[in-house]
Design a binder for this molecule. Structure first.
Ligand code: FE2
Ligand code: FE2
Length: 360
Protein backbone atom coordinates (compact mmCIF):
# COMPACT_ATOMS: atom_id res chain seq x y z
CA UNK A 1 0.00 0.00 0.00
CA UNK A 2 1.33 3.43 -0.87
CA UNK A 3 0.45 6.55 1.04
CA UNK A 4 0.03 9.73 -0.93
CA UNK A 5 2.24 12.65 0.08
CA UNK A 6 -0.85 14.76 0.77
CA UNK A 7 -2.18 12.06 3.10
CA UNK A 8 1.14 11.97 4.93
CA UNK A 9 1.06 15.73 5.30
CA UNK A 10 -2.46 15.57 6.72
CA UNK A 11 -1.35 12.94 9.22
CA UNK A 12 1.64 15.05 10.15
CA UNK A 13 -0.59 18.09 10.68
CA UNK A 14 -3.05 16.11 12.73
CA UNK A 15 -0.24 14.80 14.92
CA UNK A 16 1.05 18.32 15.41
CA UNK A 17 -2.44 19.51 16.16
CA UNK A 18 -2.98 16.90 18.88
CA UNK A 19 0.40 17.61 20.44
CA UNK A 20 -0.65 21.24 20.42
CA UNK A 21 -3.94 20.37 22.12
CA UNK A 22 -2.01 18.49 24.79
CA UNK A 23 0.35 21.46 25.18
CA UNK A 24 -2.36 24.01 25.79
CA UNK A 25 -2.41 25.25 29.35
CA UNK A 26 -5.61 26.84 30.49
CA UNK A 27 -6.94 26.84 34.01
CA UNK A 28 -8.74 23.58 33.33
CA UNK A 29 -6.30 21.54 31.29
CA UNK A 30 -4.31 18.80 32.95
CA UNK A 31 -1.16 20.50 34.20
CA UNK A 32 2.45 19.49 34.56
CA UNK A 33 3.95 19.99 38.00
CA UNK A 34 7.31 20.48 39.55
CA UNK A 35 8.10 20.72 43.24
CA UNK A 36 10.79 20.82 45.94
CA UNK A 37 12.12 17.33 45.31
CA UNK A 38 14.70 17.61 48.11
CA UNK A 39 12.00 18.21 50.67
CA UNK A 40 10.06 15.21 49.40
CA UNK A 41 13.21 13.13 49.52
CA UNK A 42 13.48 13.80 53.27
CA UNK A 43 10.16 12.11 54.08
CA UNK A 44 10.59 9.44 56.72
CA UNK A 45 7.99 6.72 56.28
CA UNK A 46 8.71 4.94 59.61
CA UNK A 47 5.44 6.14 61.24
CA UNK A 48 3.51 4.18 58.60
CA UNK A 49 6.10 1.47 57.96
CA UNK A 50 3.82 -1.55 58.19
CA UNK A 51 1.22 -0.20 55.76
CA UNK A 52 3.95 1.19 53.56
CA UNK A 53 5.74 -2.15 53.16
CA UNK A 54 2.48 -3.90 52.32
CA UNK A 55 1.66 -1.34 49.63
CA UNK A 56 5.16 -1.39 48.14
CA UNK A 57 5.13 -5.21 48.05
CA UNK A 58 1.87 -5.05 46.10
CA UNK A 59 3.30 -2.55 43.61
CA UNK A 60 6.52 -4.53 43.26
CA UNK A 61 4.54 -7.69 42.41
CA UNK A 62 3.20 -5.70 39.44
CA UNK A 63 -0.12 -7.55 39.08
CA UNK A 64 -1.16 -5.58 35.99
CA UNK A 65 2.09 -5.96 34.11
CA UNK A 66 0.63 -7.39 30.92
CA UNK A 67 -2.72 -5.61 31.06
CA UNK A 68 -2.10 -2.54 28.92
CA UNK A 69 -1.97 -4.24 25.57
CA UNK A 70 -4.51 -4.72 22.84
CA UNK A 71 -6.02 -8.18 22.84
CA UNK A 72 -8.89 -9.76 20.92
CA UNK A 73 -11.19 -7.83 23.30
CA UNK A 74 -10.23 -4.65 21.48
CA UNK A 75 -13.25 -4.16 19.18
CA UNK A 76 -12.64 -2.65 15.79
CA UNK A 77 -14.89 0.40 15.54
CA UNK A 78 -15.30 2.64 12.52
CA UNK A 79 -14.88 6.00 14.24
CA UNK A 80 -15.36 7.82 10.92
CA UNK A 81 -18.99 6.74 11.06
CA UNK A 82 -19.43 8.69 14.32
CA UNK A 83 -21.08 12.07 14.42
CA UNK A 84 -18.22 14.65 14.01
CA UNK A 85 -18.97 16.27 17.38
CA UNK A 86 -18.83 12.91 19.17
CA UNK A 87 -15.61 12.00 17.39
CA UNK A 88 -14.08 15.34 18.35
CA UNK A 89 -15.07 15.02 22.00
CA UNK A 90 -13.88 11.41 22.13
CA UNK A 91 -10.47 12.42 20.78
CA UNK A 92 -10.40 15.36 23.19
CA UNK A 93 -11.17 12.99 26.07
CA UNK A 94 -8.34 10.67 25.02
CA UNK A 95 -5.83 13.50 24.63
CA UNK A 96 -6.71 15.08 27.94
CA UNK A 97 -6.55 11.68 29.71
CA UNK A 98 -3.20 11.02 28.10
CA UNK A 99 -1.91 14.42 29.23
CA UNK A 100 -3.04 13.75 32.80
CA UNK A 101 -1.44 10.28 32.84
CA UNK A 102 1.76 11.56 31.30
CA UNK A 103 1.92 14.51 33.67
CA UNK A 104 1.93 12.02 36.59
CA UNK A 105 4.57 9.94 34.84
CA UNK A 106 6.92 12.92 34.40
CA UNK A 107 6.51 14.16 37.98
CA UNK A 108 7.01 10.70 39.53
CA UNK A 109 9.97 9.91 37.30
CA UNK A 110 11.65 13.18 38.20
CA UNK A 111 11.20 12.44 41.91
CA UNK A 112 12.79 9.04 41.45
CA UNK A 113 15.66 10.50 39.44
CA UNK A 114 16.45 13.28 41.90
CA UNK A 115 15.92 11.41 45.15
CA UNK A 116 18.26 9.35 47.27
CA UNK A 117 15.77 8.09 49.87
CA UNK A 118 15.27 4.39 48.97
CA UNK A 119 11.63 4.28 50.15
CA UNK A 120 10.64 7.33 48.15
CA UNK A 121 12.62 6.33 45.06
CA UNK A 122 11.13 2.86 45.03
CA UNK A 123 7.57 4.15 45.31
CA UNK A 124 7.97 6.82 42.64
CA UNK A 125 9.68 4.35 40.34
CA UNK A 126 6.65 2.03 40.44
CA UNK A 127 4.19 4.87 40.02
CA UNK A 128 5.98 6.34 37.01
CA UNK A 129 6.13 2.85 35.49
CA UNK A 130 2.33 2.58 35.80
CA UNK A 131 1.59 6.06 34.45
CA UNK A 132 3.93 5.54 31.54
CA UNK A 133 2.01 2.37 30.61
CA UNK A 134 -1.30 4.21 30.90
CA UNK A 135 -0.14 7.11 28.74
CA UNK A 136 1.37 4.84 26.08
CA UNK A 137 -1.78 2.75 25.93
CA UNK A 138 -3.88 5.85 25.26
CA UNK A 139 -1.39 7.09 22.68
CA UNK A 140 -1.69 3.73 20.95
CA UNK A 141 -5.49 4.10 20.96
CA UNK A 142 -5.14 7.52 19.33
CA UNK A 143 -3.39 5.87 16.36
CA UNK A 144 -6.81 4.56 15.28
CA UNK A 145 -7.67 8.18 14.60
CA UNK A 146 -4.47 8.64 12.63
CA UNK A 147 -3.03 10.84 15.37
CA UNK A 148 -0.50 10.65 18.14
CA UNK A 149 0.94 12.86 20.82
CA UNK A 150 4.69 13.31 20.82
CA UNK A 151 5.31 12.70 24.52
CA UNK A 152 9.03 13.44 24.48
CA UNK A 153 8.31 16.83 22.98
CA UNK A 154 5.43 17.41 25.37
CA UNK A 155 7.66 16.78 28.41
CA UNK A 156 10.08 19.43 27.17
CA UNK A 157 7.66 22.02 25.85
CA UNK A 158 4.78 22.00 28.33
CA UNK A 159 4.79 24.68 30.99
CA UNK A 160 5.40 23.41 34.51
CA UNK A 161 3.59 24.76 37.55
CA UNK A 162 5.54 24.82 40.81
CA UNK A 163 3.67 23.46 43.81
CA UNK A 164 5.03 23.05 47.33
CA UNK A 165 5.21 19.34 48.26
CA UNK A 166 2.15 19.56 50.52
CA UNK A 167 0.08 20.95 47.65
CA UNK A 168 1.35 18.15 45.42
CA UNK A 169 0.11 15.67 48.05
CA UNK A 170 -3.38 17.18 48.27
CA UNK A 171 -3.79 17.68 44.51
CA UNK A 172 -2.24 14.41 43.41
CA UNK A 173 -3.91 12.33 46.11
CA UNK A 174 -7.25 13.75 45.01
CA UNK A 175 -6.63 13.32 41.32
CA UNK A 176 -5.56 9.69 41.79
CA UNK A 177 -8.64 8.91 43.89
CA UNK A 178 -10.98 10.83 41.61
CA UNK A 179 -9.36 9.00 38.68
CA UNK A 180 -10.20 5.71 40.35
CA UNK A 181 -13.79 6.82 41.02
CA UNK A 182 -14.29 8.00 37.44
CA UNK A 183 -12.83 4.89 35.81
CA UNK A 184 -14.80 2.48 37.98
CA UNK A 185 -18.05 4.41 37.55
CA UNK A 186 -17.75 4.44 33.75
CA UNK A 187 -16.73 0.79 33.76
CA UNK A 188 -19.72 -0.26 35.86
CA UNK A 189 -22.12 1.76 33.73
CA UNK A 190 -20.84 0.23 30.48
CA UNK A 191 -20.87 -3.23 32.00
CA UNK A 192 -24.64 -2.74 32.32
CA UNK A 193 -24.93 -1.16 28.84
CA UNK A 194 -22.25 -2.72 26.61
CA UNK A 195 -24.08 -1.44 23.52
CA UNK A 196 -23.14 2.10 24.58
CA UNK A 197 -19.42 1.41 24.77
CA UNK A 198 -18.22 3.93 22.19
CA UNK A 199 -14.58 2.95 22.53
CA UNK A 200 -12.90 -0.37 23.44
CA UNK A 201 -10.52 1.32 25.90
CA UNK A 202 -13.30 1.38 28.53
CA UNK A 203 -13.03 -2.40 28.83
CA UNK A 204 -9.57 -1.87 30.31
CA UNK A 205 -10.79 0.53 33.02
CA UNK A 206 -11.52 -2.07 35.71
CA UNK A 207 -7.88 -3.15 36.09
CA UNK A 208 -6.69 0.35 35.30
CA UNK A 209 -8.53 1.97 38.18
CA UNK A 210 -6.74 -0.38 40.61
CA UNK A 211 -3.44 1.25 39.66
CA UNK A 212 -4.87 4.72 40.36
CA UNK A 213 -6.32 3.47 43.60
CA UNK A 214 -2.97 2.27 44.90
CA UNK A 215 -1.24 5.48 43.79
CA UNK A 216 -3.77 7.34 45.91
CA UNK A 217 -3.02 4.99 48.82
CA UNK A 218 0.65 5.92 48.54
CA UNK A 219 -0.14 9.63 48.85
CA UNK A 220 -2.44 8.91 51.79
CA UNK A 221 0.48 7.25 53.57
CA UNK A 222 2.88 10.05 52.67
CA UNK A 223 0.49 12.55 54.25
CA UNK A 224 0.09 10.41 57.34
CA UNK A 225 3.82 10.51 58.00
CA UNK A 226 3.31 14.10 59.15
CA UNK A 227 0.07 14.78 61.08
CA UNK A 228 0.58 18.54 60.60
CA UNK A 229 -0.31 18.09 56.94
CA UNK A 230 -3.80 16.97 57.93
CA UNK A 231 -4.58 19.43 60.70
CA UNK A 232 -4.47 23.09 61.77
CA UNK A 233 -4.25 25.69 59.03
CA UNK A 234 -3.70 23.02 56.40
CA UNK A 235 -7.34 22.02 56.70
CA UNK A 236 -8.15 25.30 54.88
CA UNK A 237 -5.92 24.14 52.03
CA UNK A 238 -7.56 20.73 52.00
CA UNK A 239 -10.92 22.42 51.58
CA UNK A 240 -9.52 24.57 48.79
CA UNK A 241 -8.21 21.56 46.88
CA UNK A 242 -11.38 19.53 47.37
CA UNK A 243 -13.44 22.35 45.89
CA UNK A 244 -11.00 23.15 43.09
CA UNK A 245 -10.60 19.55 41.97
CA UNK A 246 -14.33 18.79 42.11
CA UNK A 247 -15.34 22.02 40.35
CA UNK A 248 -12.74 21.52 37.62
CA UNK A 249 -13.94 18.01 36.93
CA UNK A 250 -17.55 19.17 36.75
CA UNK A 251 -16.76 21.96 34.29
CA UNK A 252 -14.59 19.70 32.13
CA UNK A 253 -17.23 16.97 31.94
CA UNK A 254 -19.87 19.47 30.89
CA UNK A 255 -17.60 20.52 28.04
CA UNK A 256 -18.18 17.07 26.47
CA UNK A 257 -21.96 16.72 26.12
CA UNK A 258 -21.97 14.54 22.96
CA UNK A 259 -19.43 12.11 24.46
CA UNK A 260 -21.48 11.52 27.60
CA UNK A 261 -24.79 11.41 25.76
CA UNK A 262 -23.51 8.70 23.42
CA UNK A 263 -22.71 6.54 26.46
CA UNK A 264 -26.09 7.26 28.04
CA UNK A 265 -24.39 9.10 30.92
CA UNK A 266 -26.14 11.97 32.64
CA UNK A 267 -23.21 14.24 33.54
CA UNK A 268 -24.72 15.57 36.77
CA UNK A 269 -25.60 12.07 37.98
CA UNK A 270 -22.22 10.71 37.01
CA UNK A 271 -20.33 13.55 38.71
CA UNK A 272 -22.45 13.18 41.83
CA UNK A 273 -21.54 9.47 42.01
CA UNK A 274 -17.84 10.24 41.48
CA UNK A 275 -17.93 12.98 44.16
CA UNK A 276 -19.54 10.58 46.63
CA UNK A 277 -17.10 7.73 46.00
CA UNK A 278 -14.15 10.13 46.26
CA UNK A 279 -15.53 11.79 49.36
CA UNK A 280 -15.98 8.45 51.08
CA UNK A 281 -12.41 7.43 50.27
CA UNK A 282 -10.87 10.70 51.41
CA UNK A 283 -12.20 10.10 54.93
CA UNK A 284 -9.10 7.93 55.31
CA UNK A 285 -6.99 11.10 55.59
CA UNK A 286 -8.91 14.35 55.41
CA UNK A 287 -10.45 15.66 58.64
CA UNK A 288 -13.26 17.32 56.65
CA UNK A 289 -15.42 16.50 53.66
CA UNK A 290 -17.64 18.58 51.41
CA UNK A 291 -21.32 18.55 52.28
CA UNK A 292 -22.53 16.99 49.04
CA UNK A 293 -26.16 17.18 50.16
CA UNK A 294 -26.07 20.94 50.53
CA UNK A 295 -28.04 22.33 47.55
CA UNK A 296 -25.91 25.49 47.54
CA UNK A 297 -22.88 23.39 46.61
CA UNK A 298 -24.61 21.89 43.61
CA UNK A 299 -25.98 25.27 42.59
CA UNK A 300 -22.54 26.85 42.62
CA UNK A 301 -20.92 23.96 40.74
CA UNK A 302 -23.60 24.39 38.06
CA UNK A 303 -22.99 28.12 38.02
CA UNK A 304 -19.28 27.45 37.41
CA UNK A 305 -20.20 25.55 34.24
CA UNK A 306 -22.10 28.58 32.89
CA UNK A 307 -19.31 30.98 33.83
CA UNK A 308 -16.70 28.81 32.18
CA UNK A 309 -18.77 28.79 28.95
CA UNK A 310 -18.84 32.58 29.07
CA UNK A 311 -15.07 32.70 29.54
CA UNK A 312 -14.61 30.47 26.51
CA UNK A 313 -16.99 32.57 24.42
CA UNK A 314 -15.08 35.72 25.41
CA UNK A 315 -11.79 34.05 24.44
CA UNK A 316 -13.23 33.07 21.08
CA UNK A 317 -14.51 36.60 20.49
CA UNK A 318 -10.99 38.00 21.09
CA UNK A 319 -10.02 41.67 20.81
CA UNK A 320 -10.29 44.25 23.56
CA UNK A 321 -13.97 43.55 24.16
CA UNK A 322 -13.24 39.83 24.38
CA UNK A 323 -10.47 40.50 26.90
CA UNK A 324 -12.72 42.72 29.01
CA UNK A 325 -15.51 40.18 28.93
CA UNK A 326 -13.08 37.44 29.88
CA UNK A 327 -11.82 39.54 32.80
CA UNK A 328 -15.38 40.07 33.98
CA UNK A 329 -16.21 36.37 33.88
CA UNK A 330 -12.92 35.41 35.53
CA UNK A 331 -13.92 37.73 38.36
CA UNK A 332 -17.32 36.05 38.49
CA UNK A 333 -15.59 32.66 38.69
CA UNK A 334 -13.48 33.92 41.59
CA UNK A 335 -16.54 35.19 43.43
CA UNK A 336 -18.40 31.97 42.80
CA UNK A 337 -15.44 30.02 44.14
CA UNK A 338 -15.40 32.24 47.23
CA UNK A 339 -19.10 31.42 47.62
CA UNK A 340 -18.30 27.72 47.37
CA UNK A 341 -15.62 28.15 49.99
CA UNK A 342 -18.10 29.72 52.42
CA UNK A 343 -20.31 26.62 52.41
CA UNK A 344 -19.67 24.70 55.65
CA UNK A 345 -17.95 21.31 55.42
CA UNK A 346 -18.62 18.19 57.48
CA UNK A 347 -16.18 17.00 60.14
CA UNK A 348 -14.57 13.61 59.93
CA UNK A 349 -12.54 11.55 62.41
CA UNK A 350 -9.47 10.17 60.66
CA UNK A 351 -9.30 6.40 61.37
CA UNK A 352 -6.25 4.81 63.01
CA UNK A 353 -5.38 2.64 60.03
CA UNK A 354 -5.91 4.17 56.63
CA UNK A 355 -5.31 1.33 54.19
CA UNK A 356 -8.28 0.79 51.89
CA UNK A 357 -9.06 -1.68 49.15
CA UNK A 358 -10.97 -0.76 45.99
CA UNK A 359 -14.72 -1.26 46.34
CA UNK A 360 -16.61 -3.04 43.58
FE1 FE2 B 1 -2.72 6.48 35.56
FE1 FE2 C 1 -2.10 7.26 38.88
Amino acid sequence: MTIAASDLKTRYDVQNESTKTALETTLLDPRFYTTDFDEMDRIDVSPVREEWDALIAQMKADPRKGHFKRTEDWDEIDFDAYDPELRKELVDFLISSLTAEFSGCVLYKEMKRRGSNPDICELFGYMSRDESRHASFINDALKDFGIGVNMGFLAKAKKYTYFKPKFIYYATYLSEKIGYARYITIYRHLEQHPELRIHPIFKWFKEWCNDEFSHGEAFALLMRTDPKLLSGRNVYWIKFFLLAVFATMHVRDHARPAFHKAMGIDIDDYDDKVFRITSEITRQVFPIELDLDNPALKRRFTKMVGISRNIEAAERAGGIIGKLRKGFWMGAAGLNFAGLYMIPTKKNEIPEVSRLEPVW
